[in-house]
Design a protein around this ligand. Structure first.
Ligand code: AMP
Ligand code: TRP
Length: 327
């Protein structure tokens, strides 16, 4: 029996290289050794305002990108969260077992609510309960995510443990899997902040579908520092971030990279980085164009994915309802 992987991304904007290096690349690498479920979490996307047509378009685009990056829909289940009612229903039940204090400690909510002030929705506060439902419905063992999601996966584990201690063994306890390098790719314009799809500044992120000239010009404008040496030094966040991206796309070791750029300047680093990123994304972009040439192809994959995931989700939900005494 293979272990189960579950992960997901919100269809709320362009996917960028942070999503690829922090999450999707791991999913593809793990695919053969696990039993996988990859979700497009549209119920999470509506925790902040979304245009209905755009939301649907992002959902299809992200599905196309999962597949283009190497997720095989025959081997792995790919589906849309809102297609399976059990997610919202289990989220409600779990809500009743999550102390307010746990939710109030979530750093992502604290950061996002500072920006949104009074406009912040109750759904955004409650976001981790829905994420816990996603994970726990499928007896998930491991959840490969970027660094920012670790705390949410830990909350899922905590609520599973709490529920099990009250009602007896019901949920499997999930573990987060965070990549050693690339778990937090930073913004090109401001390397002290995470690369984030809700940021709109044009030089902030390299999107997976950016054309080569756009990728190159964004990298040439990336914020660095006034020093010269090209070294992996965490105290110099701009250059460090560019080097990490180089490392992950080139597959070279840090030693090799530092030796290669010895005596060269930032302009050379940025130019060569442009080459490796453009070449690294080229096959994904080509596959994306082929896969999405027929829009009904994506929809049929999503319908098939939901049909395969639904019975598993319903089974867990029925057990939970039975345990709690619902119905
Ligand atoms: P989201 O955009 O919040 O739906 O992110 C989806 C997945 O991508 C999660 O596993 C995140 O942790 C990961 N992710 C998002 N942004 C980054 C980033 N800048 N660096 C690394 N991983 C990221
Ligand atoms: N909250 C995650 C993010 O923003 C997306 C997500 C929702 C997720 N449900 C999940 C990730 C379940 C892993 C497992 O990145």
């Amino acid at each position: 029996m293979k272990k189960r992987v579950f992960s997901g991304i919100k269809p709320s904007g362009n996917l960028h290289i942070g999503h690829y290096l922090g999450a999707i690349k791991q999913w593809v690498q793990m695919q053969d050794n696990y039993d996988n479920i990859f979700c497009i979490v549209d119920l999470h996307a509506i925790t902040v305002p979304q245009d209905p047509k755009v939301l649907k378009a992002w959902t299809r685009e992200i599905t196309g990108l999962y597949l283009a990056a190497g997720i095989d829909p025959k081997q792995s289940i790919v589906f849309v969260q809102s297609h399976i009612c059990a997610h919202a229903e289990l989220a409600w039940i779990l809500n009743c077992f999550i102390p307010m204090g746990w939710m109030q400690r979530m750093t992502q909510f604290k950061e996002k609510s500072q920006k949104l002030k009074e406009q912040v929705s109750t759904g955004l506060f409650d976001y981790p309960a829905l994420m816990a439902a996603d994970i726990l419905l499928y007896d998930t063992d491991v959840v490969p995510v970027g660094e920012d999601q670790k705390q949410h996966v830990e909350l899922a584990r905590d609520v599973a443990q709490r529920f099990n201690s009250i009602y007896g063994e019901t949920f499997k306890l999930p573990e987060p899997v965070i990549p050693k390098v690339g778990a937090r790719i930073m913004g090109l314009d401001d390397p002290t902040r995470k690369m984030d799809k809700s940021e709109t500044a044009p030089g902030h992120a390299i999107n997976l579908l950016d054309p080569p000239d756009v990728i190159r010009s964004k990298l040439m404008r990336a914020t660095t520092d006034s020093l010269k040496e090209i070294r992996f030094d965490g105290n110099r966040p701009g250059v460090y971030n560019l080097l990490v991206i180089y490392e992950l796309f080139s597959g070279k070791s840090r030693q090799e990279i530092e030796a290669h750029f010895d005596g060269k300047g930032y302009a050379a680093l940025k130019k060569e980085l442009g080459d490796v990123v453009v070449e690294g994304l080229r096959p994904l972009q080509e596959r994306y164009r082929k896969l999405t040439a027929d829009p009904s192809h994506i929809d049929s994959i999503l319908a098939d994915g939901a049909d395969r995931a639904r019975p598993m989700a319903e089974k867990t939900l029925a057990l939970v309802k039975e345990r709690v005494g619902l119905g």
